[in-house]
Design a binder for this molecule. Structure first.
Ligand SMILES: Nc1ncnc2c1ncn2[C@@H]1O[C@H](COP(=O)(O)OP(=O)(O)OP(=O)(O)O)[C@@H](O)[C@H]1O
Ligand SMILES: [Mg+2]
Length: 411
């Protein structure tokens, strides 16, 4: 069928033609926004899930929802080895700028921007390496108000963040709304920053201040947060973003097709679900290839079968390969051992998805190495976001079907 009219959108953060199966999350967030605007206590939200399940897309949708409620919003993508200070300043700047036109006292906005600027300009405190601030540390936020002093500029991120977020929330209170800061890839924040963020959320919730953080990250994000502050388990509301069930996966395929007056035969949908396992990225990838190959509506199972190798080839490059290439030879060896053991465990426990968590001790045994000698490879893979440790002493792939992919790769 006409590839120009192909509605499907495989790709990182690509808005799907139909956001299927996330009604509950959207409803929950509506209630959160309403409650906070009325001064009711609410917890910040954390979305967790594997790669490609749609965390970024959902985060962006929640942000639109907040904007529709006239909230101020800003978004950050955390990166390993990058401090939170500059990005959070930029996100709050954006959020407050959205609220400013509705504020009756411009001097209150200016006072806040002065604090924001001081916060942003606060360089890494001397004594940590003692080196002169690098160019990027002298970054000037586009704020044409002089930096104030004595607030949010101590250099201690925990103190400063609490003060800054409290002040931002006060601006939102003035205009009768709230501020939401969205943080993607949140597991990549440094330990100090995570701690500071938890402390700030804790303080804000005690004050009943209308500012929330909405985070998204890999399945071990809850562990990262509770390692920073033990109270974080009670501080955040965790929502596991998972693969789509059959009804939602069918809807993700059928609703956009219907708008183009194209239909699927039932058998085609059966096969597409079998191939995608309901993982949103795969739903889009198989949907896209199938559309391009199908000569006419309705789309048949035979069309899916013809198109599948192309979808798989594209996934092998774009989804799996790009990640696999980030690993060193030693890390690849580690993951191969994981993939083999996951298959065995999966078969033994009769799981359909053969990417089970694997005990690290078994990996060491399979590779004939001491567990401690494999720690660097494991830690590097966690840092690269390829594997995670959900339970102590085990590791699993962050990428769905990654084990299956590795088992088809020549060593
Ligand atoms: N609810 C949904 N219905 C249909 N398709 C979806 C849905 N959510 C996401 N997708 C599609 O899945 C793909 C992956 O989405 P997204 O990039 O948001 O995942 P992610 O969880 O952020 O992945 P990563 O961990 O790699 O960042 C995109 O192509 C998107 O269009
Ligand atoms: Mg993402």
């Amino acid at each position: 069928m006409d590839p120009v009219r192909n509605p499907y959108a495989p790709g990182a953060g690509q808005r799907p033609p139909e956001l299927a199966g996330r009604g509950r999350e959207l409803d929950v967030f509506d209630v959160v926004l309403e409650r906070i605007a009325r001064g009711r206590p609410e917890r910040s939200l954390m979305l967790t899930g594997l790669r490609g399940v749609g965390k970024t897309v959902l985060l962006n949708t929640l942000r639109s929802q907040a904007i529709n409620h006239l909230w101020g919003t800003g978004k950050i993508e955390a990166r390993p080895d990058q401090s939170l200070r500059r990005p959070v300043a930029a996100a709050l700047h954006m959020a407050v700028r959205e609220l400013a036109p509705r504020h009756r006292a411009p001097d209150r906005i200016e006072a806040f921007l002065g604090v924001l600027k001081a916060f942003a300009q606060r360089a890494v405190p001397a004594g940590r390496g003692g080196a002169a601030p690098k160019l990027r540390d002298r970054w000037q936020p586009g704020i044409d108000v002089p930096a104030s002093s004595g607030r949010a500029d101590s250099g201690d991120i925990e103190i400063d963040l609490v003060e800054l977020l409290t002040d931002a929330a006060a601006v939102a209170t003035d205009v009768g709304t709230g501020i939401a800061i969205f943080i993607d890839e949140m597991q990549d924040l440094g330990a100090e920053d995570v701690s500071a963020l938890c402390a700030a959320c804790h303080e804000l919730s005690q004050l009943g201040a209308p500012l929330i953080v909405v985070g998204a990250g890999l399945p071990h994000l809850p562990a990262v947060l509770s390692a920073a502050k033990s109270y974080s388990e009670r501080l955040f509301r965790y929502q596991r973003i998972d693969r789509l069930d059959r009804i939602a996966a069918d809807q993700a395929l059928c609703a956009p097709a219907e708008r183009e007056e194209v239909e699927y035969e039932q058998k085609a949908l059966d096969l597409l679900y079998e191939k995608s396992g309901g993982y949103p990225y795969f739903v889009q990838a198989y949907g896209k290839a199938t559309w391009d190959h199908a000569p006419r509506s309705p789309i048949t199972a035979a069309d899916v079968r013809v198109a599948a190798p192309e979808a798989e080839a594209e996934l092998a490059v774009g989804f799996f390969g790009s990640r696999f290439e980030r690993a060193t030879p030693a890390e690849r060896e580690y993951m191969r051992a994981m993939a083999t053991l996951a298959l065995v465990d999966g078969e033994e426990s009769g799981r359909d998805d053969m990417d089970a968590a694997v005990p690290t001790a078994e990996i060491a045994r399979a590779l004939g190495r001491k567990p401690a000698s494999l720690s660097p490879a494991r830690d590097a893979l966690i840092k690269k976001g390829l594997i995670y440790s959900g339970e102590r002493g085990t590791v699993a792939f962050t990428v769905p079907h990654f084990g299956r992919y590795l088992r088809t790769q020549p060593a």
